[in-house]
Every structure is written in C-alpha cells, then in structure tokens.
Design a protein around this ligand. Structure first.
Ligand SMILES: Cc1cc2nc3c(=O)[nH]c(=O)nc-3n(C[C@H](O)[C@H](O)[C@H](O)COP(=O)(O)OP(=O)(O)OC[C@H]3O[C@@H](n4cnc5c(N)ncnc54)[C@H](O)[C@@H]3O)c2cc1C
Ligand code: SF4
Ligand code: SF4
Length: 688
C-alpha cells in the first residue's frame, strides 16, 4: 500500500465495540517516517491492537503528529464515539501535549489519552524487528489496560505574579531584565559579584565587528541600574527557592559591602587611600592589582566599592580605618551585616554564565610554569585600555614587547581528555587576538595553531579572511607541547611550540616569545548546586538542561524557570543576547495570560490511612507536604505538588495516591505489558 496520500497511507482495523470494560478505545500506531516502521512492523501491531478487548478501532499512519494524523483521531472520537485514545509513537515528552490537545478539540477529556513510546524504547533501541514488534504490542497492551482505568481530570488555574527574578547580570541576564522592564514588568536582578557585566565587562573588543565591549555594554548596565522597573541586587545570592510557577518565594542574601549605599557618591577616595594592594584574581585574572576596598573596574555598576574583609587590615588586625577617615560622606560602615530579603516572583530566568577552563589542567602547555604562557582572558585584560598594562602587549616582565606570538586553539575543548564539546567562541576570539597583536605590534608575527576554524556566525567568515589578509599564519594540528628546552641556537630563550602540521604531514618546532592559550568555556563549579536549588537538570558537562534543545531552548522542565546565555552551553555574545530576549518574551507571554493552567496530575493523602510517620514530608522535592501536628496526619498542598510520585511510592501505609497514576492504573499497565509472559526477553531489548 502506498504511503502517498493520507487515506492510502493508513490502515484501519476494527474490532468488537464495547468489549472489555465498556470503554471505546482508539489505538493509533505511528510509522514516524522510517524511524519506527524500519524496525517495528507497525501494520501488524495495529492489526493486533484492533483485536484487543475494548479497542474499537486501530490504525497505523505515517506521521501521527501531522495535522492530518491529529484530524484522524479527532474524526474517530466524534464519528466512532471513542472515549479513550492510545497513540503508540515517540516519547510523551515530545508529543503527549500534541495528542492531548487533539483529544480536547474533539471534546474528549485530554486525560483519557495514553501514549506508548515505541520509538525511543523500541525501534531506536534495537535492530531486531521481531523483538521490537513484540515489545510494541506489549506497550500498546499496557497503554490500553491503563487508559480504560483513567479518569477525566480538570486543570488547576493559579494567578501569575507579574514580577520576575533574573539571576546573573552578564549580558544575557541584563538583556532579559531590560526587555521585561521595558515591557512594563518589575524585575529583580540578583548578581553575585559586586558589579554587573559578567565576562563581557572584561573584554576589550568584540568579534567580529571589533566594537569596544565597554561601549556597547556600559549603557546597558547603566540602563539596568536606573530603570524604575528593575531592583538591582549586586553582591547578593539566592539561598532558597520555594513555590511553583506563578508564585515563587525566593530568599536572597545581600552580603555586607560595608558601605552605606545611600551616602556613597562613588568618588573612589577610599580606594585611592587604602594601603593594602593585592593581586586581583577575579576581574584582572591575576594580571593586575586591586585594593582591599575596591571596585572591579572604573565603570562598575553600581558605583559603590566593597571591602574584602579577608585582606582588610581593620577586619584582620583591628587597625587602619583609612577609608573611613578619608571618606567625605561618612559612607564606610564596618558594622554592616549580611541581610536577608524575601522576594515574591512568578517566573525566574537563570543567566549565570560560564567559567573558563583552568589551563593548568593541560600541563604540557606550561601555563603557571612558563612565565610567558598566558590564558585568553589574561590577554583580554592585557589588550584592554583600562587593563593592567593599559593596553600594551608585553611579556610577563611588563616591558618586553613580543615579536612572535603563538595562539593555541581548543585548550580543554574538543579534547576527549577534558571536554569533547566545542566552546564556540574561542576560534573567533583567537582571530580577534591575532588582529589585535598586529594592531598593537605591527612588526609581530602571529601563529594560530588550530584543529578547524569554526567561523559559523554572521560575518565571522569575513573576519577570518580579514585576519588572513593581515598576514597571520595558520598551522593545522593539535599542539603536543610548549617548552623552553632549546634544541639549538635558534631556540634559546624562547618558547618552542611543538606541533604536527597535518597539512604538510611534518613535525614542526615554532619558536615564539609569547603563547596565548584559548582556554574553553565550562559550566560553573557550582552549576549542579544552583540547578538543585532551582529544581533544574544539568547535562553530562554541567550545563543547565533545556526542555528541548531545538524547539524550546530557553524553557526548562521546571515550569516557570527559564535559562538564558552561556549557563545553557557555550555561546558568543550574539546568541547570549538572543536567548536573554527569548526568555524575556516567554515570561512576558506568560504574565500576559494572568493565570496559569497547571497539570492536574497531583498526589493526595487519605487522612484515614495516614499513620503520621512523616516519611513523605522530607522526601517531596517541592516541599508540597505539610504535617498537621494536631491530627498527626500529612497533607499535600495541591498547588505546590508537581506530581512526581516520589511520596506515592514511599508511603508505607499506601495512604498516598496520585491522580493519573493510581495503583490500579499502574498495576493494570504492568499486567498489560506482561500479556505474553512467555516471551519476557522482548521487554528488555538488547541494544545493538
Ligand atoms: C577569552 C574570551 C573572549 C571572548 N570574546 C568574545 C567576543 O569578542 N565576542 C563574543 O561574541 N563573545 C566573546 N566571548 C564569549 C562571551 O564571554 C560570552 O558569550 C558572554 O559573556 C556570555 O554571557 P552570559 O551573560 O551568558 O554569562 P557571563 O558573562 O558569564 O555572566 C554571568 C553572570 O552571572 C553571575 N552569576 C553566576 N552565578 C551566579 C549566581 N549563582 N547568583 C548570582 N549571579 C551569578 C556572574 O557573576 C556573571 O556576572 C569570549 C569568551 C572568552 C572566554
Ligand atoms: S580599613 Fe580596610 S578597606 Fe579601609 S583602608 Fe584600611 S585596609 Fe583598606
Ligand atoms: S507527588 Fe508527592 S513528592 Fe512529588 S511533588 Fe507531589 S507531594 Fe511532592
């Protein structure tokens, strides 16, 4: 039978109506193009399903999720009087919502629908057609047995608090905050550091346009600080999150700055007079100095400094107070304490960014051992006019200008020993550095050591050609080592880059004065802790997991919590900004609805059966269970429950049941799956 037209592409199998429990079930088995049909005999599964008790009609169809596929279900519901629907196709994560909506459009309660995942759990798990087909039948049987026991459910509606929390004040978070604030909604922006700006504030010029980072970022930072709809909380961190979409309560710790913000004018006299000078490991990445009372950079927002108590002479030895003496407005307050602020918000956007791979982890490149090996962020600070060398390109001694500079790409990225992923921004930043070396030291020779050049953004390829035309050398091959062990007179006093040039198939030793390591981006060390705090998932590398990498990249599996920027994966500025705007648009759309429809899949406790053991109380990840001391029973707060089922499984008295996952329904599904217990092996397909 041809699959060209909808009618010809589908096969229908009718069985005795009103068999089994009196329900009228329709079963739809999807080919998913060749995804399922190549391994599962979908026609056979549909024909077999059509003979099961209770099944009124069973069909197979090329693409069930297409509009024609959905119409098929809708027509059957109306014309055949179906009151239960099963679709055997891909994962519920992908299309449960799609088919529930189709049922609803045809007048059937969407919770009288069940999905069997015969793709990810069947056709994609094996090449054994017979086993996959048998398993698909078992899954369909389980779904039918379950669906006939399902009950109609009605969604819950909750009001949405229009305030939004944005966590992280890098370019992604700033963009999200401004978009929402400009749309008229209030935003709390919580930034851990003493100033907003994130990594972009450290950069000099930005590829591919070479516009100055400060020129495009500072106005955004100032707008955020001055916006009437934004409450900016720097030097602050979220310590607890409770609630659910539309109604989160967030506890923020505002760390003491030891500055009275209402009195400080940001004149900087205290910073000037502070006698303590220490290496700045944060903003200047170890290349410059700061005082014990400091601002990260001159354009820092807000303008107030902060006292680093670990290095302040007064906090350590009870003496000094120089800053207090010189401050013209009496703004120094050594007695200030951390404060706790509780915020009520409807949605949360996480934009906590990335950190740089520690180049010391690749010992053969000599970072930390060979003085003139620099990281890319050190070089960013070096070429920055406001940085530690006022923009001069010099060796670690602070005076010698390098004549030959080697830039090593993919340090910690695209490397099975560290991170397999590509950090996306490093190739382009390396090209930017090649350009900047030529700009600052026109007589210098620059060598790029690369695997492939990844220049896939707008105007990136053109920038690559520009750098090529400026005379930068490109050597293709992964660098084996950087050493100062000279093998001949031409190598003495220099750093030697040993590499296999894969384009000419030869080992080469390139002597240079300076090496720049393009250390990749990685998830922050505390990413998993932050994810747990907000109820998110992280992938293998620690990046926050989005709901769908292609179709829903800024939304997470936790309703009301969104992600933007490099906390979701390595990104350059344009994509970080795009995600910040996208997250803001999603939140604005939600606020515009005023009320939020919530899944009615919830747990409930039968007070008569509850023994008061409290096992469930601490188990609930959403803090949705409360204990009534007077009656010695637990109760589920419906609006907080997310229906995860943890308490249902744990309750030793079987006092908790979940709407849509009752014992009766789950056991019936298991029995259905085991319909042909003679062939248990088909349930555990061996991956091939
Ligand atoms: C050497 C180098 C050069 C680069 N050059 C360019 C370039 O020229 N052009 C370009 O397009 N891209 C460039 N990039 C990439 C650019 O840095 C990123 O795209 C951009 O900074 C990502 O912004 P973000 O807001 O997502 O994250 P970040 O800039 O990392 O900002 C995250 C913010 O969140 C804060 N934060 C973190 N955790 C918390 C928490 N728990 N609570 C509160 N706040 C928190 C941080 O303090 C920070 O302020 C470069 C990257 C590197 C490494
Ligand atoms: S009291 Fe601390 S911060 Fe103030 S000037 Fe002295 S060392 Fe610096
Ligand atoms: S099902 Fe139970 S554990 Fe899960 S969210 Fe609801 S109350 Fe909490």
């Amino acid at each position: 039978m041809s699959a060209e037209t909808p009618d010809r592409a589908r096969r229908d199998h009718h069985a005795t109506p009103d068999a089994g429990h009196g329900e009228r079930v329709g079963v739809y088995v999807c080919h998913c193009g060749h995804n399922i049909a190549n391994t599962v005999a979908v026609e056979e599964v549909a024909e077999w399903a059509g003979q099961q008790p209770g099944v009124v009609v069973a069909r197979d169809y090329k693409f069930m999720c297409s509009s024609l596929g959905q119409e098929l279900i809708e027509q059957d519901i109306q014309q055949l009087g179906l009151n239960r629907v099963v679709v055997a196709a891909c994962s519920p994560h992908m299309h449960e919502k799609t088919f529930r909506s189709a049922c609803q459009r045809a007048g059937l309660n969407p919770y009288l629908f069940e999905m069997a995942n015969i793709r990810e759990m069947g056709s994609w798990a094996t090449n054994d057609r017979e086993a996959a087909t048998q398993k698909a039948k078992a899954q369909v049987k389980g779904a039918v047995e379950r669906v006939v026991r399902q009950q109609p459910l009605e969604p819950l509606y909750v009001d949405i608090n229009p305030n939004t929390l944005v966590v992280g004040g890098g370019v992604a978070g700033l963009t999200a905050a401004l978009e929402l604030a400009n749309a008229g909604y209030h935003v709390y922006l919580v930034e851990r550091d003493s100033s907003i700006g994130g990594h972009m504030a450290k950069l000099d010029k930005t590829f591919p346009t070479l516009d100055c980072a400060a020129c495009i970022l500072t106005p955004k930072m100032v707008d955020v600080a001055n916006h009437p709809n934004i409450t900016l909380m720097t030097w602050s961190e979220v310590v607890a999150v409770h609630g659910y979409v539309g109604n989160f309560t967030v506890r923020v710790r505002k760390k003491a700055r030891y500055i009275k913000e209402d009195l400080c004018t940001g004149c900087g006299t205290c910073v000037e007079k502070c006698p303590v000078r220490i290496i700045d490991q944060n903003f200047e990445v170890g290349l410059g100095y700061r005082k014990a009372i400091y601002r990260n950079f001159p354009q820092a927002v807000p303008k107030y400094p902060v006292i680093d108590t670990a290095n302040c002479t007064f906090f350590q030895r009870g003496k000094c107070r120089a800053c207090e003496i010189v401050c013209p407005t009496d703004a120094i307050d050594f007695n200030q304490k951390d404060t706790i602020v509780d915020l009520e918000v409807g949605n949360i956007i996480l934009a906590t960014g990335y950190e740089q791979f520690d180049a010391r982890r690749v010992p053969q490149y000599g970072y930390g051992r060979l003085a003139n090996v620099f990281t890319s962020m050190e070089f960013e600070r070096m070429v920055n006019a406001a940085g530690p060398t006022a923009g001069r390109v010099v060796l670690r001694d602070g005076v010698t200008v390098p004549k030959r500079v080697g830039i090593i790409h993919c340090v910690g990225s695209r490397d099975k020993n560290y991170h397999e992923y590509c950090s996306r921004a490093c190739c382009m930043a390396a090209l930017k550095f090649a350009h900047l070396v030529h700009e600052r030291v026109p007589e210098a020779e620059v060598f790029n050591f690369y695997i492939d050049i990844r220049a896939s953004g707008k105007h990136y390829e053109e920038f690559y050609h520009r750098v090529l035309s400026e005379g930068a050398h490109f050597i293709r091959g992964r660098v084996a080592e950087v050493t100062d062990a000279a093998r001949g007179p031409g190598e003495e006093g220099q750093l030697i880059i040993q590499v296999e040039d894969t384009l000419i198939g030869k080992q080469r030793r390139i002597p240079v004065d300076m090496v720049i390591l393009m250390a990749g981006m990685e998830a922050r060390k505390d990413a998993r802790q932050v994810a747990a705090l907000f109820g998110l998932g992280c992938d293998y590398d620690g990046w926050f997991t989005e709901r769908h990498a292609k179709l829903d990249p800024v939304v997470t599996m936790t309703e009301g919590i969104l992600v933007a920027g490099a906390c979701q994966g390595p990104k350059a500025i344009p994509e970080s900004v795009a995600q910040g705007s996208a997250a803001a648009a999603r939140v604005a759309g939600m606020i515009g609805q005023r009320v939020m429809k919530m899944e009615p899949v919830r747990a409930s406790i039968d007070a008569a059966s509850c023994s008061g053991c409290r096992i469930c109380n601490n188990l609930c990840p959403y803090h949705a269970i409360t204990f009534h001391e007077d009656r010695k029973v637990s109760e589920v707060i419906t609006a907080l429950c997310q229906g995860c089922g943890a308490c249902v499984a744990a309750c030793p008295s079987a006092a908790i049941s979940g709407a849509h996952f009752t014992r009766d329904q789950v056991l019936a599904q298991i029995e259905g799956i085991l319909w042909d217990a003679r062939q248990p092996e088909v349930l555990w397909l061996e991956p091939q």
